[in-house]
Each structure stands twice: as C-alpha cells, then as structure tokens.
Design a protein around this ligand. Structure first.
Ligand code: SF4
Ligand code: SF4
Length: 354
C-alpha cells in the first residue's frame, strides 16, 4: 500500500478561498487548493489508493498531480507506514516569565538602564528591542549594550536614525564587539549615497522612517514568519504581546509602547510584581483563532498580530488595522487607501484612540 505523508514540519492551514502549507523548517509558505487539505487529512489514515476511490475517476489525475507537486517541492513523501511518522506537537511553552522587551530611549528618558537589565534578568527575558529616538554616541550605546552581559538576553535589535556614513561604519565595529546584537537597523537614510558598504548582514540600512510608534504593527507577506516557535505560539497566544513587556521613553511600563495603559514606572515596581497584575497579561491570550476575520484566514499562524492599531478600537478581538488582506476574497489591497481605515489611523495619530 502506498501512503503520502507531509513532513511533520510542513503543516497545512485551511482558509476560505485557498489554503497554505507552512514549511516551519525553511520559513516558506506554499499555496494549495482547499480540497487538498481534506485529502491530506484523509491520507493521514488511508492509503492513496483508498482515498482516490472516494473520488470520481476524472478527478484522479488532478489529485495525483497535486500530491506529486508536494513531493517535488520536498514538502512530503510516499511511504508504506504513515504511523511511523507522527505529527508535530503544537503545544507551546517556554520557561521564561518575559520573553521579549521593547525599551524606548529618547531625550526625556531619565530611567536607570542598569536597573532595567537587572529586572530583565530576574524574569529571564531573551530578546530586547532598543528603540533609540535621539542622537546617541557609539560609546553611550556600547555602555548600554554591555549591561546585557549577565542576563539571559541572547538577541538585541537596535533601531537608530541615520547620522552620517562614518557613524554607520562605526556601528559595524560595534556589531563585531557585541555578538548578542541580532541587528542594528539604521533608518531615515535620505540619500542612496549615504548607504555604507558593509559585508555585515546584521547592519540593516533603510530609507524608511521608523521614528515613531505609529510605524509599528504593519501586516504583509514580507513580515510572515513560518517557524515552529511562531506557529505553535500563535495557536494559543498573541504572537506579539505574549510575554512582552515594554518601557516607554519616559519610563512607563506597558504591554507595548503604542498603548496608553501603564502598569507602573521603572524603578517603582519590580517586573515580577507587574506580572502579578492580572490586566497586564489580559491580551497575551488573544490568539489569531479568536480575532475577527483572522480566524478564517489561511495566514493566521504565520502572520504577526497587532492589538494596538485595530479596525474597531472598541473591540478587543478586532482585526489589525494595517492589514490589507481579505481572506474571503483571497485578495490583497493597500489598507491606506481604505477611507475608513485611514480615518481610524488618523485618530490613532492624533492620540484620540489607543
Ligand atoms: S501590539 Fe502592535 S504596535 Fe504594539 S508592539 Fe505589537 S505590533 Fe507593535
Ligand atoms: S486577515 Fe489577519 S491573519 Fe490574515 S493577513 Fe490579515 S492580519 Fe494576518
């Protein structure tokens, strides 16, 4: 008997108009027809021969070509005993109390970085995003980065505005010295001549302006993440806010810097005590499965969520505002040309919402 099995890291997700297979090892996504999801499900228990028997003869060629395509794309394989290849567990659990933290640092920041890093160590934080909203010398930046030494932090993203080409080149050296840095993103480069040649892939240079919290929360294919950790976390938890803690420029502790609700100030309340505030963790459990529209979308486990900018600010389960995908039509459009969305975004910009 011949069986067909998807590799355990290749998982189909059904949408309304089409479905996808998420390759969680190669960070890839493949479109497939909805009918194939039912067939793949049946193939978990039945041989190809017995599945084909359930379809009209004229359908067989099409079904076999779909399955051969999956084999050619190295998403699955023919075998004799599918029970020897169990499905991947979709359970998600991590030991750290806080997984990732965003710290905004600007001209009004008076908080003590040493205190923040000590607190991040007590909650086992693994990833840090430093949003630097002022001109900062390389020495000052390195003095901050060195504080991560005795923590569990294993990846730091630094976001800075372009200063000059020499500064960019010096940041390349900072990357060599501080291996914990995952990326330094230099934004707002106004002239293509100001891009610095660098063989360092962790030095990201862009013309895009990332100088405001309103820049966060973008949804698009280029932001999709198809890996085991993201896919499994998205099944049960909010893939942006789960185990996230943020510190605003003026030292307020929040779920995310774009939100107005605060849970104390740096230096006044330990992070462990912040975790004891029930409301702080409320949004952690809003998974894509409970969000309007997203719950029907084939991209729901590879698409990041945003709870700060949503279509209906009064509804905790509303679709992210900055998404231009309609899963009921299977079409992408530019969300910014939608007048209703534009007007909601303007209200967020004017701080009338949040
Ligand atoms: S909730 Fe939205 S704005 Fe906040 S960090 Fe996540 S994506 Fe960014
Ligand atoms: S509908 Fe939801 S899950 Fe689908 S692309 Fe948009 S934000 Fe992502």
């Amino acid at each position: 008997m011949k069986y067909f099995k998807l590799f355990s890291n290749c998982i189909p997700v059904k949408g309304v108009t089409k479905s996808i297979v998420c390759d969680l090892q190669r960070n890839d996504i493949y479109d497939i027809p909805n009918d194939l999801v039912f067939i793949l499900n049946d193939l978990k228990r039945k041989s190809l021969e017995s599945v084909l028997e359930e379809y009209e003869q004229e359908e067989h060629k099409k079904i076999i070509s779909w399955i051969d395509k999956l084999e050619n794309e190295e998403l699955g394989f023919y075998c004799e005993d599918p029970s020897r290849f169990p499905d991947l567990s979709l359970e998600f659990d991590t030991p750290e109390l806080i997984n990732n933290c965003i710290v905004e640092y600007g001209s009004v920041s008076t908080y003590n970085f040493e205190w923040i890093f000590k607190e991040l160590a007590t909650v086992g934080c693994k990833f840090l995003e430093l949003r630097i909203n002022k001109r900062i010398s390389i020495t000052e930046l390195e003095d901050i980065l060195v504080l991560a030494k005795d923590t569990n932090i294993r990846g730091i993203d630094v976001i800075l505005e372009f200063q000059n080409a020499q500064y960019t080149a010096n940041l390349g050296l900072t990357l060599l010295k501080h291996q914990r840095i995952s990326r330094i993103i230099i934004h707002s480069i106004d002239n293509s001549e100001h891009f610095t040649n660098s063989s360092e892939p962790r030095l990201v240079q862009t013309v895009e302006k990332i100088n405001n919290n309103l820049c966060c929360g973008n949804i698009g294919k280029q932001y999709f993440v198809s890996n085991v950790s993201f896919f499994t976390e998205s099944q049960q938890f909010n893939n942006c806010l789960n185990k996230k803690l943020s510190i605003s420029e003026n030292g307020e502790i929040k779920n995310c810097p774009s939100m107005t609700e605060t849970f104390g100030n740096v230096g006044d309340i330990n992070f462990i005590d912040v975790l004891g505030i029930q409301k702080f963790k409320e949004k952690w459990n809003i998974s894509k499965n409970s969000i309007t529209t997203c719950k029907d979308c084939e991209y729901r486990y590879v698409c990041s969520d945003c709870r700060a900018y949503v279509e209906d600010p009064k509804d905790d389960f509303s679709k992210p505002l900055k998404c231009g995908y309609d899963p009921y039509e299977g079409k992408w459009s530019n969300w910014m040309v939608d007048m209703q969305k534009k007007s909601i975004f303007e209200k967020y910009s004017m701080k009338e919402l949040c």
